[in-house]
Design a binder for this molecule. Structure first.
Ligand SMILES: [Zn+2]
Ligand SMILES: [Zn+2]
Length: 167
């Protein structure tokens, strides 16, 4: 899985640059945690990142994984989303993008749309603070959950989207 692909080289380079700029060391653990978040589009939570990283670093603790993820967030390499469930999830996709959230299984998928990236917010938002990025969250039911639920069609319509400011 961790063949030296161009993508992997790019990830290493990105982390190396960020660590250098912040004056911290690029450790093996940091690299493995970052690789793990960046290798998936599933927006994993810390526990599933921990499970995967432990296959390669059996001694790594959940606490270390958490600390590393917060560090990566400070470095601007991952974003967090508190989309659906109680657990915070991590996203290595730091390009502007939007999310589809399934209200049944909690899966979060990315989608891209340039016109949404620069959607005009009401003037009143400016009174609340400075907006750096707008993120659209569409909530509904993914195809496999819709299928499982069968007849409950009326409840399975998308509840529309909520624009919110990224943290
Ligand atoms: Zn679902
Ligand atoms: Zn995302």
């Amino acid at each position: 899985m961790h063949e030296h692909s161009e993508h992997d080289e790019m990830l290493q380079q990105r982390l190396r640059d960020a660590c250098l700029k912040a004056g911290i060391r690029l450790t093996h653990q940091r690299l493995e945690v970052y690789r793990e978040v960046a290798s998936t589009t599933e927006h994993p939570d810390a526990e599933s990142i921990h499970r995967s990283v432990r296959r390669r670093i059996p001694t790594i603790s959940l606490d270390t994984v958490y600390r590393t993820l917060w560090l990566l967030q400070d470095l601007g390499l991952v974003k967090t989303l508190g989309a659906s469930r109680e657990r915070v999830r991590f996203d290595a996709n730091v390009r502007p993008h939007h999310h589809f959230v399934c209200l049944a299984c909690g899966r979060v998928e990315d989608f891209f749309d340039e016109s949404l990236d620069s959607v005009r917010l009401p003037y009143s938002v400016g009174e609340l603070g400075t907006v750096e990025q707008t993120h659209i969250e569409a909530r509904g039911y993914c195809h496999s959950c819709s299928k499982q639920a069968g007849g409950l069609n009326s409840g399975l319509r998308s509840r529309g989207s909520v624009a919110r400011r990224e943290p």
